[in-house]
Design a protein around this ligand. Structure first.
Ligand SMILES: [Zn+2]
Length: 161
């Protein structure tokens, strides 16, 4: 059974800093929580999760989004990695015509397909352009490279995988 804790000031300071990239979230109520150990899903480490809080649960849980971060991974992450993960989770949180919602990742693709067939669709091309300009950074302080993912869903339905 996982244990959950309040996040420390570092998380809140990072969130405050990266909120400048998320003007659409002004006025949203976002809460962060640490989970003691990252879950594993299909062999990948689940670094975090972004969840939209269902309307009926807001009566007792007055937030629009709940972001969970895996503390065991967080503790070994570089400053860049921490910022990127918080920014990533906030990218999932968005304002839609029907209120607060969860946004999916820009691309979903297999590396092998791109290796075999190239940048065959516009979302891949746009992503490749961004990657081309991006520097390589270490996500973890010890330089380790892990296969990491995150999850999204609605709280509390479909509890985080
Ligand atoms: Zn994500």
């Amino acid at each position: 059974m996982a244990e959950f804790y309040k996040v420390d000031d570092e998380v809140l300071e990072i969130a405050k800093d990266v909120m400048r990239y998320h003007p659409d979230l002004n006025g949203s109520r976002i809460v962060f929580v640490f989970r003691d150990k990252a879950q594993k899903l299909h062999g990948s480490i689940v670094l975090g999760a972004a969840q939209k809080v269902s309307e009926k649960y807001k009566v007792h849980f007055p937030y629009d989004f709940l972001i969970t971060l895996a503390l065991d991974q967080w503790q070994n992450m570089s400053d860049v990695g921490k910022k990127a993960v918080v920014d990533h989770e906030l990218c999932h949180c968005t304002l839609t015509e029907r209120g607060w919602g969860i946004r999916d990742h820009d691309i979903e693709e297999f590396r092998e397909v791109v290796e075999r067939h190239g940048l065959y669709k516009s979302d891949l091309m746009a992503f490749a352009m961004a990657v081309k300009e991006a520097p390589i950074r270490d996500m973890f302080r010890d330089g380790s490279i892990k296969v990491v993912i995150d999850t999204v869903d609605e709280f509390p339905e479909k509890a985080v995988a």
